[in-house]
Structures are given as structure tokens and as C-alpha cells.
Design a protein around this ligand. Structure first.
Ligand code: AR6
Length: 170
């Protein structure tokens, strides 16, 4: 499994699936969630309404509609509450569940945003370490169709952390 870091807007990524950092209603919000719904159009929200939400740490897949990506895998990251409320375990579960669903569908390329590091206030350095470790372990331990995982960083701090993290762990 190849891991790459890019800086930019995930709604522009022409991959099999982009990942949405959603909330448990799956009915839209701000940040990357808002950007994905705006770019995908109203049919995405219509499909999301039929999913009955999603628990923290879990994921659900929909079509990509007007996006260049074929699918959106919606996952719900933990809200940072200081670190003693199972945040690391729940964040790792988001990355793992997304890759499990992508594998079930036979998808090859998946692009992740930096889940929980915006409105949910997860410390970016800790979130980056968990994301890289979880995805690398998945690639080493599981049979998967996923050949490329892109970490799409919007802000400079995340971009720098992921570049640094990949250069020291790759
Ligand atoms: N492409 C890629 N990354 C982006 C984009 C974009 N277009 N826009 C923002 N980011 P956030 P969370 C980055 O707040 O912390 C929503 O309201 C951003 O810089 O989108 O998981 C949901 O509905 C940050 O690093 O998600 C939930 O209520 C990262 O995406 C809540 O926010 C995640 O920031 C989820 O909070």
C-alpha cells in the first residue's frame, strides 16, 4: 500500500473514494463535511438521510454524485475531550473502518482528510500519528484491494506534520 500526502481540497480528488469527517447525524455540517455536500449536490444528502446516522468511530458509504470521486465514505471522528474519553481508540477505528469498507467494495484509491482536527479539536500531531500508524498497520496486516491512500491536508500545519511523519516512518 502506497501512502501519499497532498495539500489541497479533497472535493477535487478523482479517487475511488474520498472520506468525509462527518458528525453522527450524517446530515451535513461545516468544514470538510460542508464542502463535500456542496460539491456533491443535494442527492448526497438524500442518500445520507436513509442511513440513520452513524456512531462515533464507525463509517458508512454513499455515492459521490457530482464529485470526481465515485464514492464518499462518511466516518465520525471523536470530539477531543482531553484524551481520556477513548479518543485515540475511536480515531484509529475511523481509519480502520473506512479501509475495511473500501476493501469490501474492492476500491483501489482512497483519500482521507485529517479527521477530527478541525471543529472537533483533536491535537493535530497526535491525530497525525494515529492516522499514519493505523493505515500502515492495516496495509501490513490485512489483505486489501486498496493500493493507494492519500492524506489530503488542507492547512499548512497538517501538511507539514504528515510530510514529516511519512518521511520518518516510511
Ligand atoms: N478538503 C480537505 N480538508 C478540509 C477541507 C477540504 N475542503 N475543509 C476543511 N478541511 P472539520 P472535524 C480540513 O472541522 O474536526 C463538521 O461540521 C480541516 O482543515 O471539517 O472532524 C461535521 O459536520 C481539518 O484539518 O472536521 C462535524 O460536525 C479537517 O478537514 C464536525 O465538523 C477536519 O476538520 C467534524 O469535525
Amino acid at each position: 500500500m502506497k501512502l501519499t500526502v497532498i495539500q489541497g481540497d479533497i472535493t477535487k480528488c478523482a479517487v475511488d473514494a474520498i472520506v468525509n469527517a462527518a458528525n453522527s447525524s450524517l446530515l451535513g455540517g461545516g468544514g470538510v463535511d460542508g464542502a463535500i455536500h456542496r460539491a456533491a449536490g443535494p442527492d448526497l444528502l438524500a442518500e445520507c438521510r436513509m442511513l440513520n446516522g452513524c456512531p462515533t468511530g464507525q463509517a458508512k458509504i454513499t455515492g459521490g454524485y457530482r464529485l470526481p470521486a465515485r464514492y464518499v465514505i462518511h466516518t465520525v471522528g471523536p470530539i477531543w475531550r482531553g484524551g481520556n474519553s477513548r479518543e485515540p481508540e475511536l480515531l484509529a477505528s475511523c481509519y480502520r473502518r473506512v479501509l475495511e469498507i473500501a476493501t469490501e467494495r474492492g476500491l483501489i484509491t482512497v483519500a482521507f482528510p485529517n479527521i477530527s482536527t478541525g471543529v472537533y479539536r483533536y491535537p493535530k500531531d497526535q491525530a497525525c500519528a494515529i492516522a499514519l500508524k493505523t493505515v500502515q498497520e492495516f496495509g501490513q496486516q490485512r489483505e486489501t484491494s486498496v493500493h493507494e491512500v492519500q492524506f489530503v491536508c488542507f492547512d499548512d500545519e497538517n501538511f507539514r506534520l504528515y510530510q514529516q511523519g511519512l518521511s520518518t516512518t516510511a
